[in-house]
Design a protein around this ligand. Structure first.
Ligand SMILES: [Zn+2]
Length: 317
């Protein structure tokens, strides 16, 4: 993926704040080419303090409780909480603190949904599962990836990461109901073989809006990954009435949510006045995003097929 060159006013503010806190020696070269906020959040993924963005309430029943670089969403229902992803160490205590600051009790988490089998999303799940007693759900193929990660050495030959125990296996179109809330779960492979996405209703001062959480829409991993991604985006694009897009990274270079990322929209939410629209309700940007994703995946598939034909990457299956 290529970094975005679009810099929002929020990005400028964040870059300025970052530059104030960084040593000139470490950041000297950036004066002529300021980094975008997504580059900064990605590059400083292990900077625990920098990543501690306060939790924010997006809708009556939806909070963002993640660190800056990877999304963690908390859905509140009449009968407890549903968490989507949990980030990874060393950020998990921030997620736990954010859930508390948002006014919730960890013990009320009934389900944790894992978007896909990459450590930045599931790495914190085992800890939060133990503290909450929640059920944990993922797609079969990515349960296998998670279990494999638990047997392999961690990054830089560190010990194997703690991984959640296989619990619930998500099926296509499955309805997950907790109290007054029902999520429709989808299997949308491409980024990995077992990406989970979810449709559900969010409420803005009582007004319902259809939200779509994506565990990742971009192809990855050769011809098969891009074939899957093209098929997944072709299905997702047909889902009617989506007004709110919930990406799995607040900042996502190369696959930006047009007209403002999740964190940029959170800045707008802070100054929202009575009667103003909720900045997360934006069906036009969603259409633009998913259309762009489809074009990107089709182009990526052609490139992967050319590579495979040239002998660079074996054509899978
Ligand atoms: Zn991933």
């Amino acid at each position: 993926m290529t970094p975005t060159s679009r810099i929002t006013s929020f990005a400028f503010a964040a870059v300025a704040a970052f530059m104030l806190s960084a040593s000139p020696a470490a950041f000297g070269a950036a004066a002529d080419a300021p980094k975008s906020i997504d580059q900064i959040y990605r590059e400083r993924g292990n900077d625990v303090e920098f990543q501690k963005i306060p939790p924010f309430k997006m809708f009556d029943n939806l909070w963002y409780v993640g660190p800056g670089y990877v999304s963690v969403y908390l859905i509140s229902t009449s009968d407890g909480l549903i968490l989507i992803d949990a980030s990874e160490e060393p950020h998990v205590n921030h997620v736990i603190d954010s859930i508390g600051k948002a006014g919730f009790n960890l013990r009320d988490i009934k389900y944790i949904l894992i978007s896909h089998g990459h450590l930045d999303h599931f790495g914190g799940v085992a800890k939060i599962q133990e503290l909450s007693g929640a059920r944990v759900a993922a797609v079969e193929q990515d349960w296998q990836a998670i279990e494999a990660a638990g047997r392999a050495p961690g990054r830089n030959n560190s010990p194997s990461p703690r991984v959640p125990k296989r619990d619930m296996v998500i099926t296509e179109g499955q309805k997950l109901t907790l109290g007054n809330t029902t999520l429709t779960l989808h299997i949308t492979p491409g980024h990995t073989p077992g990406v989970m996405s979810a449709e559900f209703t969010v409420f803005d001062n009582g007004v319902p809006h259809k939200a779509f959480y994506s565990g990742g829409t971009g192809g990855r991993g050769g011809v098969k990954g891009f074939e899957d991604a093209v098929a997944s985006t072709a299905r997702i694009i047909q889902i009617p009435g989506i007004e709110v897009f919930l990406p799995n990274h607040g900042w996502n270079p190369g696959t930006d949510y047009p007209n403002g990322s999740i964190l940029a929209r959170a800045e707008k939410l802070k100054t929202r006045k009575a009667g103003d629209p909720n900045p997360f309700v934006d069906p036009a940007s969603w259409r633009q995003f998913i259309t762009n994703a489809q074009v990107r995946n089709q182009r990526g598939l052609e490139e992967e097929r050319q590579k495979a034909a040239a002998g660079g990457t074996p054509a899978a299956q």
